[in-house]
Design a protein around this ligand. Structure first.
Ligand SMILES: NC(=O)c1ccc[n+]([C@@H]2O[C@H](COP(=O)([O-])OP(=O)(O)OC[C@H]3O[C@@H](n4cnc5c(N)ncnc54)[C@H](OP(=O)(O)O)[C@@H]3O)[C@@H](O)[C@H]2O)c1
Length: 309
């Protein structure tokens, strides 16, 4: 079968790989669409041996698990895989999938898993947000759009940071106030109840200054690839911000058996018109390399999706 593999030059190539062999308890999916994540672009910088990219996919079951577990042949599914989903066929993880209702296209569904699960779990971690002020950095990306829509729907007052006014267009439609520079907030007395930070470098420290000391600062990424910088003396005097909590959507200590139910929750939200995946580009999978470059260069707003059909 054909699959996207790392080319060892920070990008990818479409090549032939051995056909997959399913265990008795595994179903096989014909992939119709997949979506890359920023984290996968990091892994492409120095790909591990035997690793193939591909966590977020949607398609149709073509072989049911022989032990009778899992979906029947013909079921349309969205799935979150450990890897290797950018391919004609993939093994369906036992817990990380949800069936798709007819109204959801595979090009929409593929945009859901990692970014959607992350947003859902970030918001759960934050607790009740109705009437609370939220700050989101890196908000123009995949996670940012889902998090903003879920948070505004839950009654939060959301301020979203995007590099340009244009990149915040959809976030404003979703009810957020957008700003293109943290400095605009730093010039005010603004203090947020909850901040979600995913840029790293000195942004984390700056965001901490903008949180209430009784609030929460949830640190979940380092899109800028620079480790966070904190100055001890910044925090000796004055108004100390919230403590920093690190978040991972699927910590190694936790089993992934809620991926399926959380994916089902996301599918239900989309199907009932309460969540709208922001898909900026849909391209054939022969263009995966170009789309990865665009993602790296911050030229994708929301998600990009590649199709095999
Ligand atoms: N902890 C977890 O479990 C978890 C799970 C998923 C993702 N993540 C992390 O969360 C972050 C967001 O994920 P995502 O999938 O939403 O990524 P994404 O779609 O690429 O969005 C990231 C956004 O960050 C902004 N950004 C600001 N400074 C940047 C810089 N120096 N380099 C690149 N982007 C920069 C960009 O928006 P502007 O250009 O508008 O500024 C971009 O749209 C990433 O760091 C990712 O690795 C963590």
């Amino acid at each position: 079968m054909r699959a996207i593999t790392p080319d060892n030059n920070r990008s990818v190539q479409l090549t032939d790989v051995p056909d997959i062999e399913a265990r008795l308890d595994q179903a096989v999916v014909a992939i119709e669409a997949f979506a890359p994540n920023r984290g996968e672009t990091f892994l492409l910088d120095s790909p591990a041996a035997n690793w193939r990219p591909g966590k977020d996919v949607a398609g149709t079951v073509v072989e049911a698990a022989l032990d009778g577990s899992g979906p029947d042949v013909g079921t349309r599914v969205v799935a979150h895989l450990p890897q290797a989903g950018w391919a004609e066929r993939a093994l369906l993880p036992q817990h990380g999938w949800a069936a798709l209702p007819p109204g959801i296209a595979t090009t929409t569904a593929a945009a859901l898993p990692l970014a959607g699960l992350t947003a859902l779990r970030l918001l759960r971690l934050a607790g009740p947000v109705v009437g609370r002020s939220l700050l989101i950095t890196g908000a123009s990306g995949g996670v940012g759009h889902y998090l903003t829509e879920m948070a505004t729907s839950a009654g939060a007052d959301v301020t979203a940071i995007t590099r340009t006014h244009d990149r915040g267009a959809r976030l404003r439609e979703l009810g957020a106030r957008t700003m293109s520079d943290l400095a605009l907030l730093e010039a005010t007395q603004a203090r947020f109840d909850v901040a979600f930070e995913s840029i790293g470098g000195d942004t984390l420290s700056r965001v901490r200054h903008l949180t209430s000391r009784f609030g929460r600062l949830i640190w979940f990424g380092q899109a800028g690839r620079e480790p966070m910088r904190l100055d001890f003396f910044d925090w000796v005097d004055g108004d100390v911000g919230a403590p920093i909590e690190q978040f991972h959507y699927a910590p190694p200590s936790r089993t992934r058996d809620t991926d399926g139910s959380d994916l089902q929750a996301l599918v239900t939200l989309v199907n009932s018109g309460r969540l709208h995946p922001e898909v900026d580009r849909i391209e054939p999978w022969t263009m995966t390399g170009e789309v990865i470059d665009a993602l790296r260069d911050r030229r994708i707003r929301g998600k990009a999706v590649l199709t095999l059909t």
